[in-house]
Design a binder for this molecule. Structure first.
Ligand SMILES: [Zn+2]
Length: 181
């Protein structure tokens, strides 16, 4: 019985060995294939990681460069007055904005004379004002005057109301309700 068992064991071992010898090349081949695939995968992963790090570094460099620039040139926001002046400086004072220009230049300016004799030319787009009073004349007054001559807008003035004039002519004494202006 014991001898029989030993014999069986021997046969079994031999069979296992034979099978192993037969299977080994296939196993080795499979292993090498798997290793190659893993290596390929690892390589791709490494490349992706490297690319990511490279981009991160570039981003850091960009941020650092921007920070340096800001340190050198601090951003100063213009005040409301400065922005208005900038807009007025950029304004063409023409009608129609950025659309196609007409052959004759039509400036969008108003020309108004007040009762005290002072005259105001004003751009109705940007709000720039040119004044001519008894004591002051805008340095660009001539330019403004030229613009009014090339505008379809009409001149206006604050006149004494016609009714008050008639009343005066008819010799009716002006009451507080009939003040000329
Ligand atoms: Zn303007």
């Amino acid at each position: 019985m014991k001898k029989m068992k030993e014999k069986l064991n021997k046969i079994r071992n031999r069979v296992i060995y034979r099978v192993y010898r037969f299977v080994q090349p296939l196993y080795d081949h499979l292993q090498s294939v798997v290793v190659t695939e893993i290596e390929k995968h690892e390589r791709l992963k490494a490349i992706a990681e490297g690319t990511r790090l490279w981009h991160k570094l570039q981003e850091k460099k960009r941020i650092a460069a921007l920070a340096r620039l800001r340190m050198e040139k601090p951003v100063i926001l213009p005040s409301i007055e400065e922005r208005i002046k900038l807009r007025q400086a950029r304004c063409s004072h023409l009608k129609g904005g950025r659309g196609p220009r007409s052959i004759v230049r039509d400036y969008n300016v108003g020309d108004h004379t007040f009762t005290d004799g002072s005259r105001q030319i004003k751009c109705l787009t940007c709000g720039r004002e040119w004044w001519q009073t008894t004591t002051h004349t805008d340095p660009e007054w001539d330019i403004a005057l030229q613009m009014t001559k090339s505008s379809t807008n009409r001149r206006s003035s604050s006149e004494i109301p016609q009714k008050a004039l008639r009343n005066q002519q008819e010799g009716i004494k002006n009451g507080p309700d009939n003040l000329p202006y």
